[in-house]
Design a protein around this ligand. Structure first.
Ligand SMILES: Nc1ncnc2c1ncn2[C@@H]1O[C@H](COP(=O)(O)OP(=O)(O)OP(=O)(O)O)[C@@H](O)[C@H]1O
Length: 349
């Protein structure tokens, strides 16, 4: 559905040159919910705006739904863009128009009759759960409701792609959850492809099936959500995941425990992370039975990502130090990611 090839975007002015996106390639399949995560300034917005050519790349090609956007003339681009909806952090609603008026606005050039447009607006209002707000004005709505209007407006021309630029970043956690549930439902019900850019991995975790992590204009890691969560390769990705799973907060608390402060020489502080099939195995009991290694669980969390259980444990493993490395290897063979933690500082392995 989306094929970005070697995209570079450079902003130049008299004083400086900014390499906002540097040689990025990205493929998004039809029906994907693709998250792009990065801190402010990483280049996410610039990259996503290339997908609808609001941002023309300095070099590289953007092929969307089989069409190379750079080869289209103005009218063709206008038609192509109608199939790409977009929603924004601050909703960008027109305050002087009613909710129905805002949603109808993108239909002003459609072939629908006046009655047809009104019917479409009613359907869109129902789809986002705002049928009773047709005649209200944006100022009378909560942030979550405003974003629902943004979504309805973005869907007016039945797009195949929905670009979400920090769409939940101005919302509280509960409202964020509701908007994400709505996006999930639209993805399933309408088979719309979603590209969701954010600095919050927790939103990606709930919504997306794929994720790319951006830093300094480049994608530093990408993959299926579960693969990334269970086995992140880059420190930046681990940072985002640890914040999303609240593992960093847990670890800070764990490090204050007497059992960790006074860690004996034959004990190790370890983070175990495992998904799917590994969760069926008696991992901790196995360590004791085979190696006489005991586990003191200081933190544990199992959650479901795309219906697959993902477990995170912080444990103290105590036993014969010559057997500990073999035990870790066995855990890794069982699909567990084993990270030795420094009791005082960061991950050391
Ligand atoms: N029109 C522009 N002119 C000059 N520089 C720009 C322009 N748009 C973006 N930039 C710069 O490009 C870099 C990437 O910005 P971009 O908005 O894509 O990042 P981002 O990851 O989306 O961050 P944020 O979440 O803060 O928007 C930044 O250094 C930004 O200042």
């Amino acid at each position: 559905m989306i094929d970005l090839k070697d995209i570079t975007v450079t902003f130049k002015n008299k004083a400086s040159t900014v390499h906002a996106v540097q040689d990025v390639s990205l493929q998004v399949e039809a029906g994907d919910t693709y998250g792009i995560v990065g801190y402010s300034g990483a280049g996410k917005s610039t990259l996503v705006r290339v997908i609808n050519y609001l941002q023309k790349p300095t070099s590289g090609t953007a092929i969307v739904n089989g069409q190379a956007l750079g080869k289209l003339d103005k009218d063709q681009l206008w038609v192509a863009r109608r199939k790409i909806g977009m929603i924004f952090q601050h909703f960008n609603l027109m305050n002087s128009r009613t909710i129905a008026g805002n949603i109808e606005y993108p239909l002003r050039y459609s072939k629908l009759t006046k009655a047809g447009r009104a019917k479409k607006v009613q359907e869109l209002l129902a789809l986002v759960g705002l049928s009773d707000k047709a005649d209200a004005y944006p100022a009378q709505l909560s942030g979550g409701q405003k974003q629902r209007v943004g979504i309805a407006r973005a869907l007016a021309n039945d797009p195949e792609i929905l670009l979400c630029d920090e769409a939940t970043s101005a919302l509280d956690p509960k409202t964020t959850g509701e908007i994400i549930d709505l996006l999930k439902r639209l993805n399933q019900q309408l088979h719309i492809t979603i590209v969701f850019i954010t600095h919050e991995m927790s939103a990606v975790k709930s919504l997306c099936n794929h994720v790319a992590v951006m830093e300094d204009g480049k994608i530093v890691e990408r993959g299926a959500l579960l693969d990334i969560f269970s086995n992140p390769q880059q420190a930046l990705t681990r940072d985002f995941i640890n914040t999303a799973t609240q593992l960093d907060t847990a670890l800070a608390e764990v490090r204050k425990q007497p059992a960790v402060i006074n860690l004996p020489a034959n004990a190790r502080l370890v983070h175990l992370s495992y998904t799917g099939a590994s969760t069926d195995q008696p991992l901790i009991a196995g360590l004791y039975q085979q190696y006489g290694i005991t586990a003191n669980i200081l933190y544990g969390n199992i959650e479901f990502l795309q219906d697959v259980p993902v477990g995170n444990l912080i444990v103290i493993l105590t036993g014969d130090t010559t057997k500990l490395p073999t035990a870790f290897s066995q855990l890794r063979d069982q699909g567990v990611t084993v990270t030795l933690l420094d009791p005082k500082g960061d991950a050391v392995d």
